[in-house]
Design a binder for this molecule. Structure first.
Ligand SMILES: Nc1nc2c(ncn2[C@@H]2O[C@H](COP(=O)(O)OP(=O)(O)OP(=O)(O)O)[C@@H](O)[C@H]2O)c(=O)[nH]1
Ligand SMILES: [Mg+2]
Length: 235
């Protein structure tokens, strides 16, 4: 097997709920980056777990519903591994490119400038990958979040991020989000305590399988998280 630059130090976490079409392809690409590839599965009823196991993913289960709850549970389990210094997470619908994780990880280790890096999909994304409504929501949320954290955040809803172990540990102790609003809460709370957040352009492709995001319900939850953060800004 070829030597992997990040072996033993980077773990990749993939939240999944019924992603049987995408997960095999995605996990296979992730195992080219690191052998520490974990699924945190929200009790999928299709072949997600089976397909992921076949290509080398370690399976963690989360009995409660919600991407936010799942991510926190996944971080907690991975943090028990002393041989991990960074944790990346990537959506399980095969829309992101795991080789982007590899590049960003190497850069973060070399430069030690950032604690949390967000993959920015906007400059390089394939056409038709984000609906107009989701795009509008993301732009509005990203503007509001940028004001809150006093730095420009372009793609606040991105599902590919890499963070130091220290940030992951902080997030596990701090975040309350159950669903997709975790992406927002993560940025606001990490920035508030002074972690350095950056964005890097990444590839983004069309989804395999059905969306789990409800633009209205989840959009409302994200907006609520932003307003709560604004109210608590001084505390
Ligand atoms: N464990 C777990 N994972 C979830 C849950 N809901 C969504 N996910 C996963 O979270 C990731 C993001 O969900 P998506 O449906 O891709 O959301 P999105 O990328 O905002 O929406 P699309 O642009 O339509 O893909 C996917 O890998 C989902 O399978 C859940 O309740 N539990
Ligand atoms: Mg998606």
């Amino acid at each position: 097997m070829k030597e992997k630059e990040s072996e033993g130090k980077l773990a990749i976490l993939i939240p999944t709920l019924n992603e049987e079409q995408a997960i095999g392809k995605l996990v296979a690409k992730c195992t080219d980056v690191t052998e520490k590839v974990y699924l945190i599965d929200g009790l999928s009823t299709d072949k997600t777990i089976e397909n992921a196991k076949k290509v080398g993913a370690k399976i963690l289960l989360c009995e409660e519903k919600g991407k936010g709850i799942a991510l926190i549970k996944g971080f907690k389990s991975i943090l028990e591994d002393n041989n991990v210094d960074f944790i990346a997470y990537i959506d399980g619908d095969n829309t992101y490119d795991p080789s982007d994780i590899n590049h960003i990880y190497r850069r973060m280790k070399k430069e030690s400038q950032y604690d949390l890096m967000i993959g920015n999909r906007f400059p390089k994304r394939e056409k038709g990958t984000i609906t107009r409504l989701n795009m509008l929501g993301n732009k509005v949320f990203s503007k509001l979040i940028s004001i809150l954290v006093k730095q420009k955040i372009v793609d606040s809803q991105s599902g590919l991020r890499i963070m130091s172990k220290d940030v992951a540990d902080f997030l596990v102790k701090t975040l309350k989000s159950r669903n997709f609003e975790i992406e927002t809460e993560m940025i606001v709370k990490a920035a508030k305590v002074g972690y350095k957040i950056g964005e890097t352009p990444i590839n983004y492709y069309k989804r395999d399988g059905d969306t789990k995001l409800d633009p209205l319900i989840d959009g409302f939850r994200i907006l609520k998280t932003i307003f709560k953060s604004a109210v608590n800004r001084k505390s």
